[in-house]
Design a protein around this ligand. Structure first.
Ligand SMILES: Nc1nc2c(ncn2[C@@H]2O[C@H](COP(=O)(O)OP(=O)(O)OP(=O)(O)O)[C@@H](O)[C@H]2O)c(=O)[nH]1
Length: 390
């Protein structure tokens, strides 16, 4: 495999730092180093495609969310989006590691009309995201949410119900919390009154004008990844053996993180990761050799290192052409880069096994379905934990 050396540069740039966005003038020294290699085939481009529904009243922001997260549309451009007049389905799997379908419903659609087959729609659904415009009066939205959730639950109790309290960029912090509490209380009271207190709704405060929408989408998508506990476990072992403080596994295309270790996620760390991915992609797009096969400017050998001026190092390494690990560690720990790279290699092998097992299980299931066996018993494979050095 041929490598083309792209750049090793020391740049000065701005990052978000400390506690407020206003303090983003701190200078950081950025040592960036990318190696771009031609594409490779991996077995992770597979197969499971849960469906995510985006529902809510008209102009609540559904299409904007989809365009900003999956099409890199800038938030201000969404001002010119026209109202959606039919269900828009999008397959996210072709361009990204995360594999699912998004269905964007027009706000005005009455999908409980008898001519509309809502049972078919809910039956294949993994997550239902209901978007509420927090800058508007939300009484109507809440009754619509109740109706949607109760009907969907009756058809498919396995759906995860996610409520985006959206457009919170216009609200103060106190106001945000107050709105969330109010919406939470009202929806739960409605469900209890209907005798459906077992339905669990998750609430997120979101806006397309900051990273909150990406973070919320990450959490929604994580619930649809059956291997999540294994991924988290592997990340925990990896960081504890490598002197790393925090590690995320990112879907590079969408900046959704599909897993992280078990320490809490703070928003600024997540924002720094997103900024780093943007820098790597931008530099790769400008200077990298286009990977014709995958249509991506980066691949499994891309990597980047950023030294912040507070002795923290951010280290990005591609796991596959769609998936990257971003780690936060102290400068002293980064001195043992050889060890980190070795452990990363073990991690990568283990993760490959996780997805190989998934592909094998799916193939077996397909085969069994084809043979129309009446009773299927699938045994999932065993993942051997890698031997990390420490
Ligand atoms: N302030 C603010 N405005 C937003 C946000 N998200 C979307 N909007 C705006 O809300 C308006 C409606 O957005 P759309 O995405 O078209 O809404 P929709 O829910 O798809 O609307 P329908 O297609 O009619 O169902 C647009 O002007 C967006 O710019 C947000 O996070 N904050």
């Amino acid at each position: 495999m041929q490598y083309s050396f792209i750049c090793i540069a020391h740049l000065k740039t701005k990052v978000l730092h400390n506690n407020t966005e206003d303090q983003n003038t701190d200078q950081v020294l950025l040592s960036l180093c990318c190696f771009i290699a031609p594409g490779f085939s991996d077995s992770m481009n597979g197969v499971v495609k849960p469906r995510i529904l985006l529902m809510g009243l008209r102009r609540s922001g559904k299409s904007s969310i989809q365009k900003v997260v999956f099409h890199k549309m800038s938030p201000s451009e969404t001002l010119f989006l026209e109202s959606t007049n039919k269900i828009c389905r999008e397959d996210v799997s072709s361009s990204s590691f995360v594999s699912f379908q998004i269905w964007d419903f027009p706000g005005q659609i009455d999908f409980f009309d008898p001519t509309f087959d809502y049972e078919m729609i809910f039956r294949g659904t993994g997550a239902l995201i209901f978007v509420i415009d927090s800058q508007d009066n939300y009484v109507e939205a809440l009754s619509r949410l109740h109706l949607t959730v109760t009907r969907a639950y009756k058809v498919n109790p396995d759906i995860s119900f996610e409520v985006f309290i959206h457009k919170v960029d216009g609200l103060s912090d106190d106001h945000k919390i107050e709105k969330q509490r109010d919406i939470h209380k009202r929806t739960n009271t409605d469900l209890t009154d209907a005798g459906l207190e077992q339905i669990h709704l998750s609430f997120y405060l979101t806006s397309i004008y900051d990273h909150s929408i990406f973070e919320a989408f990450s959490k929604v998508v994580q619930k649809l990844i059956p291997q999540l506990p294994t991924l988290e476990n592997l990340l925990n072992i990896f960081i504890s053996n490598s002197g790393i403080e925090k590690a995320f596994l990112f879907d590079v295309g969408s900046k959704i993180y599909i897993a992280t270790d078990s320490s809490p996620v703070d928003m600024q760390t997540y924002e720094l990761c997103c900024d780093m991915i943007d820098v790597v992609i931008d530099i790769s797009c400008i200077y990298g050799m286009p990977n014709v096969e995958a249509g991506l400017p980066h691949d499994k050998d891309s990597m980047a290192i950023i030294h912040l001026n507070n002795t923290t190092v951010i280290y990005l390494k591609e796991v596959t052409k769609f998936l990257a690990m971003v780690c936060f560690l102290r400068k002293e720990s980064f001195a043992r880069k050889g060890l980190i790279d070795y452990n990363f290699h073990c991690f990568k092998k283990a993760i490959q096994e996780v997805f190989d097992v998934r592909v094998k299980v799916q193939q077996t299931r397909k085969l069994l379905n084809q043979r129309r066996w009446s009773k299927l018993t699938l045994t999932s494979g065993v993942i051997l934990m890698p031997h990390f050095l420490w």
